[in-house]
Design a protein around this ligand. Structure first.
Ligand SMILES: CCCCCCCCCCCCCCCCCCCCCCCCCCCC(=O)SCCNC(=O)CCNC(=O)[C@H](O)C(C)(C)COP(=O)(O)OP(=O)(O)OC[C@H]1O[C@@H](n2cnc3c(N)ncnc32)[C@H](O)[C@@H]1OP(=O)(O)O
Ligand SMILES: NC(=O)C1=CN([C@@H]2O[C@H](COP(=O)(O)OP(=O)(O)OC[C@H]3O[C@@H](n4cnc5c(N)ncnc54)[C@H](OP(=O)(O)O)[C@@H]3O)[C@@H](O)[C@H]2O)C=CC1
Length: 515
């Protein structure tokens, strides 16, 4: 019997960010392992012309929830979508809904955030700091609340090299930042942003650090815990391997490499690739929820959900495995063959960006124009290069995260809970995981049919022939131009031709003699 699964039985659970990547995996696992839970409240905003109900319907009818429907056939009744916008005062929740939330909620999992690296500081503060503060205020009015679990990121202190499971204060108090966002105009905020974020690379990591400070400062009588995952990737095992449905982090680069857009990347092959599968993050989150509620630690514990210190893998190995998998299982309609290299300095990066990214895009757009179609490749390539420049910070450095609390928790679980809520990253085989990740990107994100693999392979063969043809033609043109202009090149050319002629004559003569 799983104590953790049993604990969530009959409980009312509030999840923010349930429509996001991690939130969906969290909901799925909760329904699958504790089908007798009372209700999951999710705070959802209408989006992209869809109502709340349509959004929930779409999630529950996705492949991810197929197993849930077998163990919890009435899952539709157990999920209660509440209209809310975390950017608004009181989250724009109706009085009636608010009353219900305050009266019944037992556990809160706060996953919602803006994860964009380039978000305007005002917006990032609103969602990652102010909304967290408001949710804590709500939590403090919930008589039945047993635990509040805040999802942060292992990179909230990425300005440090060694990071412990403690909160590192930022120089300016979150309250002062929140206040100033109310009266400063955008231009001034733009000006002070670099000074505020200091040696962090973006507004995302900075505001997540402020969010943690808010959790610590507003804790009051609440039972709190913070989870810091590193780079969350596709699922490892549950509900099935390789599930992923957005392009954040490595996923977007895997797509770009598989489609042949990404040909070189500025990365340090030996740097630790601190990836962590989504299901491991979710298993730890649920175990932390149980531990915080039942054992009520005296202070707010922070749990690092990282892989680097327990089962390290580097970007070089991962890149090679991604490309090896595309040999076996290529993506459909690739722009070029999947082939990419790491560059390590500015000069080679600029060179390969020009030769391998910009030039092919310009040539392809020229071809599109010639055939009466709208050019689009240059724009797409510029976006990819912008994304690469944003991710560069994270793939050229290594960090050390201590995992004392995470390992302590693992030791407190029963053997059954260690199996059902497995977050032991040491058991993960990276090569197998990456292969399933790539496969998952193809199947679940791009929704490509496996039956199309032979055609995709044929397409890659055609691209290879075009590549050889193009390179031969380019060489001949360059050589012809050189011969026309340089006496040295002409002499070399005559030497090669006469050498070949003599060799052939000798070969013919010797074979005639043998006969
Ligand atoms: C020696 C060996 C040699 C072997 C060679 C091997 C070579 C490599 C092979 C390649 C295989 C690659 C496998 C490994 C690669 C490793 C790289 C992994 C890097 C991961 C670093 C992540 C660090 C995360 C640290 C923090 C973790 C967190 O806490 S938060 C979660 C992470 N958050 C994000 O990832 C958000 C990032 N995204 C953004 O901030 C924004 O989207 C943007 C600023 C990047 C772009 O904004 P913009 O407004 O321009 O565009 P947007 O509207 O958002 O999207 C435009 C199009 O771009 C696509 N897109 C978006 N994000 C990504 C992405 N991450 N990668 C690729 N593409 C992306 C998006 O879908 C849009 O496309 P369209 O819909 O088609 O328009
Ligand atoms: N993915 C990763 O690599 C990592 C993520 N994390 C953390 O994990 C958590 C979840 O991340 P992830 O699932 O990847 O992120 P997603 O971007 O996939 O999900 C974000 C969620 O927040 C919701 N949200 C955003 N703005 C609002 C708003 N104004 N009102 C209501 N809801 C809103 C989104 O709703 P909607 O669907 O309406 O947009 C969505 O459900 C975050 O706290 C993130 O910082 C930490 C480390 C790594």
């Amino acid at each position: 019997m799983s104590m953790i699964a049993d604990f969530y039985g009959g409980k009312s659970i509030l999840i923010t960010g349930a429509t996001g990547f991690l939130g969906k995996v969290l909901m799925e696992k909760l329904f699958r392992t504790s089908p007798d839970l009372r209700v999951i409240y999710i705070l959802v905003r209408p989006k992209a012309g869809q109502t709340l109900q349509q959004r929930v319907f779409q999630i529950l009818n996705s492949k991810l929830f197929e197993k849930v429907k077998e163990v919890c056939p009435n899952v539709h009744e157990k999920i209660r979508a509440i209209s809310a916008d975390l950017n608004q005062n009181d989250f724009a929740i109706s009085m009636q809904d608010m009353q219900e939330l305050l009266s019944y909620t037992d556990i809160i999992f706060h996953c919602a955030a803006t994860v964009r690296f380039d978000d305007h500081l005002r917006h990032a503060v609103q969602l990652n700091v102010t909304a967290t503060q408001q949710l804590l205020l709500m939590a403090s009015q919930m008589p039945n609340l047993k635990a509040f679990i805040h999802i942060s990121t292992a990179f909230s202190n990425c300005n440090l090299k060694h990071i412990d499971e403690v909160i590192y204060p930022c120089p300016v108090e979150p309250k002062k930042i929140i206040d100033s966002m109310e009266w400063l105009d955008d231009a001034i905020i733009d000006e002070i942003t670099p000074k505020l974020i200091g040696d962090r690379p973006n507004t995302y990591t900075y505001t997540k650090a402020l969010g943690e400070m808010v959790v610590q400062q507003e804790s009051g009588k609440l039972n709190l815990a913070i989870i810091r995952p590193s780079i969350v990737g596709a699922t490892w095992q549950e509900p099935f391997p390789g599930w992923v449905d957005n392009v954040n982090g490595p996923t977007g680069l895997i797509v770009a490499a598989g489609k042949g857009f990404l040909r070189s990347i500025r990365a340090t092959p030996m740097a630790v690739a601190d990836l962590i599968p989504a299901d491991i993050v979710v298993n730890l989150t649920l175990a932390v929820g149980w531990y915080t509620a039942v054992h009520r630690p005296k202070s707010t514990l922070i749990y690092h959900c990282t892989s680097g210190n327990l089962n390290p893998c580097n970007w070089g190995k991962m890149g090679i495995q991604v490309l090896a998998t595309f040999e076996k299982i290529p993506l459909e309609r690739a722009f070029r063959r999947p082939k990419a290299d790491f560059t390590t300095n500015n000069v080679t990066t600029q060179y390969w960006n020009a030769v391998s990214h910009r030039a092919p895009a310009i040539i392809y757009d020229f071809y599109l124009r010639l055939t009466g179609r709208k050019p689009r490749m240059t724009k797409l390539m510029n976006r990819l290069l912008r994304t690469l420049s944003m991710l560069e910070y994270f793939i050229n450095r290594s960090w050390e995260w201590s995992t004392y609390n995470t390992e302590m928790l693992m030791s407190k679980l029963s053997p059954e809970d260690q199996r059902v809520f497995n977050f032991d990253v040491r058991q993960l085989n990276w090569l197998e995981y990456i292969e399933n990740y790539v496969l998952g990107v193809k199947k679940y994100l791009l929704k490509e049919d496996m039956a199309g693999i032979p055609e995709a392979k044929q397409h890659l063969k055609r691209l290879r022939n075009i590549h050889y043809l193009f390179n031969t033609a380019l060489f001949l043109i360059a050589w012809r131009l050189l011969i026309a202009r340089s006496q040295v090149a002409r002499n070399v050319w005559f030497f090669i031709v006469s050498f070949c002629y003599k060799f052939l004559s000798y070969f013919r003569a010797s074979s005639t003699l043998k006969v």
